[in-house]
Design a protein around this ligand. Structure first.
Ligand SMILES: Cc1ncc(COP(=O)(O)O)c(C=O)c1O
Length: 450
């Protein structure tokens, strides 16, 4: 197996850094200006994380491509970290949005679109009742609140290295077996050890140990982990995990915000999971802010029985703009025309093509890396075998190497997600787009191991 020569990596990274700066003069100029009015020079702090000295400023985007202010064109395999899994601005959604924008955006009154979307979600996921929020974070927070209210318990259970948005209870990790704030956690309201239990994914004994105190409200879980690299469940894991949650009276939230990449009904439908709640945000409105959470008949009955009409606006669930007419129009157009069963038929084979291309290059260069696929999502990882849990996956992270490969791709017209090495396919992605990445990846590895 070929080890990575760190000196070589440093040298190549410096060369790519210079190339990036010299080829993006207009983005550099805008970044210098942005630093005078935007904290850190970016509108949202994660945008600092892109490989390169500053983020590329976008001029326009359509389908699987975008153009930056320097006139450079890119294949977008990040797709707004799933927010644009629909492809950028699908025509049919852009038309529906434009129509809605001219006919009223937000009224705090329902439109018929909300019923159409509720019925479609019911059909896709099998859960009967739905509500809307503006972000997947909020949908998770609201589902947790409902679960806490009806169970009258205190602890939230999550997997080590999970990510469910900026939900305070989920910003916890295991440190030598003990729960504490996750690295990077900014201003936690309380030590998450007070609110949260954390276990490794795919460990049924640990799960049972966490549940058997009978104080766990809910297991908040991605059916397959996607935010510390893709980690698939072991065969039979979810069947057994669901039995354990039922045995100990704990509810289950399936956060399908990323795992919707496996098909129109997410893993819930593909793998016949039986969650108490489903959460789905990001691409549900092709990037127009909106998210949803659905629940079972039983949860609906239990929570309805506890809410008084007089207090229904002060319960900590909802929001003035949640369920607004524009979000719902975008969701309807997206679900009806873009994120359809047919679209997945082309997206999923492209993810396989991405991984086949990457795997062939990894083998050719005898690197101890693997590739892994989840529906329309593909990834290469810096460990020989796929990780079974978050701890294992995080231990294989290599920030320097990751940045080099991302910058190398960016400098040659391919954008990867800024966190780990993930590529997402949208309905407009083509084989040529994927093959461009494969050629660039091959060249990067050739230089790295030379
Ligand atoms: C699984 C999952 N859930 C929820 C979220 C939060 O989404 P948002 O940032 O839109 O609130 C994310 C974001 O990456 C996510 O990956």
């Amino acid at each position: 197996m070929t080890p990575i020569n760190r000196e070589k990596l440093k040298e190549l990274s410096q060369r790519e850094d210079h190339k990036f700066i010299s080829e993006h003069p207009k983005s550099a100029e805008l970044y210098a200006r942005a630093r005078k009015s935007l904290l850190g020079g970016v509108p949202m702090n994660w945008m600092k994380k892109w490989a390169g000295a500053f983020p590329v400023f976008v001029a326009s985007a359509k389908g699987a491509h975008f153009t930056d202010v320097d006139g450079r064109e890119y294949v977008d395999l990040c797709l707004g970290d799933t927010g644009a899994m629909t492809g950028h601005s699908p025509d049919v959604v852009a038309d529906a949005i434009a129509k809605r924008v001219r006919g009223g955006i937000t009224l705090m009154l329902p439109t018929e679109d909300s019923i159409w979307v509720g019925e479609e979600l019911r059909r896709r996921f099998g859960l009967p009742y739905w509500q809307f929020a503006l972000t997947a974070t909020d949908a998770n927070r609201f589902a947790i609140r409902i679960a806490r209210e009806i169970t009258q318990r205190s602890k939230i259970l999550v997997y080590n290295y999970c990510y469910h948005g900026t939900v305070d209870e989920s910003f916890a990790g295991l440190h030598g077996g003990a729960v504490g704030p996750r690295r990077g956690n900014i201003g936690p309201p309380v030590n998450p050890a007070e609110t949260t239990r954390v276990v490794e994914f795919n460990d049924l004994n640990a799960l049972e140990d966490a549940l058997k105190h009978h104080d766990v409200v809910v297991l908040l879980a991605e059916p397959a982990m996607t935010n510390v690299g893709i980690i698939l469940p072991n065969a039979g894991y979810w069947k057994a995990a669901r039995e354990l949650t039922r045995k100990y009276g704990t509810l289950l939230i399936a956060d399908e915000t990323h795992t919707i990449c496996v098909g129109p009904g997410g893993c819930t439908r593909e793998w016949k999971l039986e969650p108490d709640f489903v959460v789905f945000g990001k691409p549900i409105g092709s990037g127009i802010p909106g998210s949803t959470y659905g629940c079972t008949e039983e949860v609906a009955e239990r929570i309805s029985a506890r809410i008084e009409l007089e207090d229904c606006d002060v319960g900590g669930i909802g929001g003035t703009l949640a369920g607004n007419a524009l979000s719902l129009a975008a969701m309807r157009a997206t679900l009806e025309n873009v994120l359809t069963a047919k679209a997945f038929e082309s997206m999923i084979p492209l993810a396989k093509r991405f991984n086949d291309g990457a795997a062939a290059e990894i083998r050719k260069n005898a690197l101890p890396w693997n590739t892994i696929q989840l529906g329309a999502r593909a990834e290469y990882m810096f460990r020989e075998k796929p990780a079974r849990n978050g701890g294992e996956s995080a231990a294989a992270a290599d920030f320097q190497l990751e940045r080099f490969l991302h910058l190398y791709a960016l400098n040659r017209g391919v954008l990867l997600t800024p966190f780990h090495n993930m590529a997402l396919m949208c309905p407009a992605t083509t084989e040529a787009d994927v093959d461009l990445h494969t050629r660039i990846f091959a060249e990067a590895l050739r230089e790295l191991v030379a």
